[in-house]
Design a protein around this ligand. Structure first.
Ligand SMILES: Cc1cc2nc3c(=O)[nH]c(=O)nc-3n(C[C@H](O)[C@H](O)[C@H](O)COP(=O)(O)OP(=O)(O)OC[C@H]3O[C@@H](n4cnc5c(N)ncnc54)[C@H](O)[C@@H]3O)c2cc1C
Length: 482
């Protein structure tokens, strides 16, 4: 039991886990340099917390539950929203310089679905600022051993199904690190879709790797679409932050407004999708916002790279896959159903988001779940306990696809998965098309991208109701209600 805890991934979730584990030994394995290649560093909006004088964690919880279509777990929502103000203050304590008002209070932004100004931010480069500060902090911590440019290939389990180590690959070649405690912090799966705002490395590898050793997975059909990805042919698509709409930018279809821009993302995405289906051009108009370029410098730079101007041009937009509500199912300590395996951040399914994530709740979730796992894994070590008191139910055996060796992903398979998921698992879905996608993807499950693609399409096929981020056009519950 003295082997170090292994944490895989160095976005906010993995870094937060390592922070909590120190000074106990932790090996932090990450595919790129520390904190790089992460969705965390791309976050523009910020981190949601009830910090305003007119706000309360209970109101944050209510907005979270409502945005999630009433499908979220109330205990999880309440636990995480209660911790949010403290999380922001702790980030300040390690040097995150959140924007302030002249009176020294946090300058809190408004985003869609929030009933109060609630988003602590660092300009429009919040994720980069928080990730850089936390990565620098973690590097200084005792007990933290960073293994950069090292990829997790697969988890190893013993005869009882408990984690016994990880197989990783780096410039040194493949090797096994023995470990009884592994924390997966490998991020999301947006890059399995052709239209995405996620880093192209976000192919759901953690979900595949955990699923292959029998971890329970839930809600993989619940994928959030961001309504305003810049549609200029780039892959991934640059994101035009929700905060632009919070600041007053409008959405136009052939020049006319068609939706309340501050409704939750599913409502705005479905409205944009409808307009595109009708053959109209949808654009975001931020031209009238005072000092828009200096208030949103990161967005202005992304737009300029595409040859457009934030202050002068209408910006073509379309919905793009942005976030995965589903993932590896965990309990309040971030324990999965596999003994010795925790999952944190976007790879995990905590129940916070229900069927749709409220804006700026995921950096918060990454920090809270990362820390919970780190503390729990360390506590396990202190108690030298062999027990695994996880409350997560076992996985459905039909979805576990074991392999003898490690699986990567093939670029051709990935291209096929992206095409199939984009066609079948978009904002609007239909049963027959989903069934066809499931059948085609079933032949590709030896490949990690193919496996996760199959899991997503299968889950989407089996869940026939319109809930959260997507609409089933063959929704029998809607037909019954009509
Ligand atoms: C453009 C954009 C803007 C966003 N804006 C916001 C926002 O304003 N507020 C908000 O709350 N959320 C926002 N989100 C969502 C949020 O950024 C993510 O949900 C969150 O950062 C996920 O953190 P994470 O630590 O779980 O994963 P990530 O930050 O993605 O980190 C994953 C880590 O795992 C590593 N990894 C993956 N697979 C392996 C492997 N096999 N071996 C080794 N390492 C591996 C990666 O290299 C990386 O280090 C945004 C997302 C995007 C894409």
């Amino acid at each position: 039991m003295n082997a170090p805890v292994v944490v895989v991934g160095s976005g906010l979730a993995g870094l937060s886990a390592a922070w909590a584990i120190s000074p106990a030994d932790v090996v932090l394995v990450t595919a790129n340099a520390l904190g790089e290649g992460t969705a965390s560093a791309w976050a523009q909006g910020g981190i949601a917390a009830a910090l305003g004088a007119d706000d309360h964690p209970g109101l944050h919880a209510r907005d979270t539950f409502t945005a999630g279509a009433g499908a979220g777990d109330l205990d999880t929502i309440s636990r995480i929203t209660n911790l949010a103000p403290g999380v922001v203050r702790e980030l300040v304590s390690i040097g995150v310089d959140f924007d302030r008002r002249v009176d020294g209070s946090f300058d809190l932004a408004l985003e869609g679905g929030h009933g109060r100004n609630r988003i602590a931010h660092v300009g429009d480069r919040s994720g980069a600022a928080i990730t850089a500060a936390l990565a620098a902090h973690v590097r200084t911590l005792p007990g933290v051993h960073v293994r950069e440019h090292t990829e997790l290939l697969r988890l190893l389990v013993d005869d009882l199904g408990a984690v016994s180590g990880v197989e990783v690959s780096s410039a040194r070649g493949a090797e096994v690190i023995e470990a009884r405690r592994v924390i997966l912090a490998t991020g999301g799966l947006g890059a399995l879709f052709a239209h995405t705002t996620n880093p192209l490395s976000a192919t759901g590898r953690g979900i595949a790797i955990a699923g292959r050793v029998g971890a329970r997975l839930d809600d993989l059909h619940l994928v959030q679409f961001h309504p305003t990805a810049l549609d200029v042919g780039l892959d991934p698509m640059p994101l035009l932050t929700e905060a632009l709409r919070g600041a007053g930018a409008t959405l136009l279809a052939d020049g006319r407004r068609f939706v309340d821009e501050l409704r939750p993302r599913d409502v705005v995405s479905a409205a944009v999708w409808d307009q595109l289906q009708e053959g109209r051009k949808v654009s975001l108009d931020a031209r009238g916002l005072p000092e828009v370029t200096s208030r949103f410098p990161r967005v202005a730079a992304l737009v300029a790279q595409a040859g457009l101007s934030l202050s002068e041009d209408l910006l073509p937009v379309r919905p793009a896959v942005h976030y995965s509500m589903g993932g590896v199912t965990v309990d309040e300590c971030s324990r999965t159903s596999v003994p010795g395996l925790w999952a944190v951040g976007e790879v995990a399914r905590t129940g916070l988001h229900g069927a749709n994530r409220l804006a700026s709740n995921s950096l918060l979730e990454a920090v809270v779940t990362g820390r919970a796992a780190g503390l729990d894994a360390t506590d396990q070590e202190q108690r030298e306990s062999q027990l695994w008191p996880a409350v997560v139910a076992p996985a459905d055996p039909l979805i576990i696809k074991h392999l003898d060796g490690p699986a990567g992903h093939d670029d051709q398979v990935l291209a096929t998965v992206r095409a199939l998921l984009t066609k079948s698992c978009g904002v609007l879905r239909e049963g027959e098309e989903l069934f066809a996608a499931v059948e085609q993807l079933a032949d590709l499950t030896d490949d990690n991208a193919g496996y996760v693609g199959w899991l997503i399409a299968r889950s989407a096929f089996l869940h026939g109701a319109s809930i959260g981020a997507h609409r089933r056009i063959d929704d029998r519950t809607l037909a019954g209600a009509a």
